[in-house]
Design a protein around this ligand. Structure first.
Ligand code: CTP
Ligand code: CA
Length: 240
């Protein structure tokens, strides 16, 4: 277990956080979404503010109220999230991609409401891939600000071939971000949901620089404080 944030440790820093699950429209009243509540992203915004940072929160629809002292920028789709995030990234010292970004979006958006009578047979939805915002942020960093610290999130499940941690290590390398906050998703032992929409979280934070993984469990705010403290430590090392 790791210590939480200290007041002022992010003073003078601009922290960009994305939160919530994107919504990919099918027509004016329907969308493809996911189970993200945005609670962990909002907790990170609160923790970063408490640590003295200036916070920009780019967020999909949230189940909880975001902090009023953050600069709030609501979005819905992955493409909107991408545009807002790449723009705000230019001035960010830290970027935390806590948003659950849809990997795919419907290839076409119907301008009118899709009607049953237009589909004699069962309709098929064609999906196209969304850009990987985290990978783009890492690619742009070198041009803008070498010191910029980029944090990804990953919801992993293990399977017959490998466990969740192995997949997470591979994802960290593939994405090239500095830190990857990993939680294992899926049904808990009781068959109940373990992460999405819950108030508690259990994560392992992996570092690209090879330092040992940091575990954190507790409320989403407690987990956020640990992530923020680790970020402050890494920033401190980078600027020495
Ligand atoms: N992410 C992103 N853009 C996407 C998809 C994901 O920026 N189009 C970010 C998420 O915000 C998160 C990280 O990438 O910080 C990992 O997301 P995850 O869904 O675990 O990774 P994927 O590369 O989409 O892999 P998977 O096939 O496991 O979903
Ligand atoms: Ca994904």
């Amino acid at each position: 277990e790791q210590a939480g944030a200290e007041p002022g440790e992010l003073a003078g820093r601009h922290v960009l956080i994305t939160a919530g699950g994107t919504r990919e429209p099918l027509d004016p009243v329907r969308y493809l979404g996911n189970k993200s509540s945005g609670k962990q992203g909002v907790a990170l915004a609160e923790a970063a503010l408490a640590a003295g940072a200036q916070v920009t929160l780019i967020h999909a629809p949230l189940d909880v109220a975001p902090p009023a002292t953050a600069r709030l920028q609501p979005i819905e789709t992955a493409l909107e999230l991408r545009a807002a995030t790449l723009a705000a990234a230019a001035t960010a010292d830290v970027i935390i991609m806590a948003a659950a970004v849809a990997d795919f979006r419907p290839a076409t958006i119907s301008t009118g409401k899709i009607k049953k009578r237009d589909h004699g047979e069962d309709p098929v939805i064609t999906l196209v891939r969304n850009p990987d915002i985290l990978v783009e942020l890492v690619a742009h960093r070198s041009a803008q600000n070498q010191q910029q610290l980029i944090v990804g999130f990953a919801a992993e499940t293990g399977d017959d071939e490998a466990d969740a941690r192995t997949y997470a290590q591979a994802k960290l390398r593939r994405k090239g971000c500095d830190l990857l906050v990993v939680n294992e998703v899926g049904p808990g032992e009781s068959g109940s949901e373990r992460v999405f929409g819950q108030d508690n979280n259990h994560v392992e934070i992996l570092s690209l620089d090879g330092s040992s993984p940091v575990q954190s469990a507790g409320s989403k705010r407690q987990v956020a404080d640990v992530v923020v403290h680790l970020i402050a430590q890494k920033l401190g090392k980078n600027s020495q």
